[in-house]
Design a protein around this ligand. Structure first.
Ligand code: TMP
Length: 261
């Protein structure tokens, strides 16, 4: 697969064209941002870990019939994925109250929700990704009723699957954000899950201690983000002991190689 020109650069990933018009390469950067880019840094090794964790989760989702864009991981930082037109909506599912939900509605931090809560945000950095309702989505034709119902159903399946997967490795899935897109393949307008599912896009707490194992370590200046993401990867069976060192070493090796060119 030949890597072509850069098509899009986001805050944490870059998309490159390939010689197949329906496939693109998704490159995971080490950049970390929060609060709509106001807080920004580079955390060496984060992209490598998110690439591995997201690959693991999305390939497991394919096995249970939740269609997504992943074709295969290519190397430490890149995945081959299906080209989609991203729906400009961030779909959030919450099981425990924290983050913007507690701020917006005054719900007490850590409240276990009686049922999973789905929220929609418009994906627009300039507007600060405002929360929107189902009616906004239908009124502005971002999706029709059948598409939105289908996505809601999939979010519920996805939440059940992820809750179980993380519970099995002693992690509480507090909340997560996902994105969907329309494929360009023969079955036109098919909606599939896209983007990534990783500690950047989920809140993950250790079951026993409630220790945060996700991007809140950066958002809240808690430090030790790489050990936390590595812990998630190890518990999921992706990395083995000593891997904390190897993730950083591989990153260093690849940057040395790049500089030599
Ligand atoms: P929030 O509590 O800040 O609204 O975040 C809810 C979930 O969505 C949490 O798991 C973090 C994730 N998220 C993203 O992945 N990207 C974003 O831009 C935002 C605001 C949240």
């Amino acid at each position: 697969m030949k890597k072509g020109k850069k098509l899009y650069e986001g805050k944490a990933k870059i998309i490159y064209a390939t010689n197949d018009k329906n496939l693109v390469i998704q490159y995971f950067k080490d950049d970390a941002t929060a609060f709509n880019n106001q807080k920004k840094t580079t955390i060496e090794g984060k992209g490598v870990l998110n690439n591995r964790i997201s690959e693991h989760i999305l390939s497991n989702l394919s096995e249970v019939g939740i269609k997504n864009h992943l074709v295969k991981r290519i190397n430490m930082r890149e995945q081959l994925v299906k080209l989609v037109d991203i729906i400009p909506i961030e779909f959030i599912v919450r099981n425990i109250a924290t983050g913007s939900l507690t701020k917006r509605l005054g719900i007490e931090e850590g409240t276990v929700l009686e049922r999973p809560l789905i929220e929609y945000c418009l994906k627009d950095d300039k507007l600060g990704d405002p929360i929107i309702s189902r009616e906004h989505i239908l009124t502005f034709n971002w999706l029709n009723e059948i598409q939105l119902d289908w996505i809601d159903e999939n979010l519920s399946r996805l939440n059940d699957f992820l809750l179980g997967m993380f519970r099995g490795v002693r992690i509480k899935l507090v909340d997560f954000k996902v994105e969907f897109g329309f494929t360009h393949e023969s079955e036109k307008n098919q909606i599939i899950l896209a983007d990534e599912i990783s500690p950047d896009t989920c809140r993950l707490w250790d079951t026993l201690t409630d220790k945060k194992l996700d991007k809140d370590r950066f958002r809240k200046d808690l430090g030790d983000l790489i050990p936390a993401y590595t812990e998630v990867a190890k518990r999921l069976g992706i990395l083995h002991e000593q891997s904390n060192v190897s993730v950083v070493n591989v990153t260093r090796l690849s940057s040395v190689k790049r500089k030599k060119k």
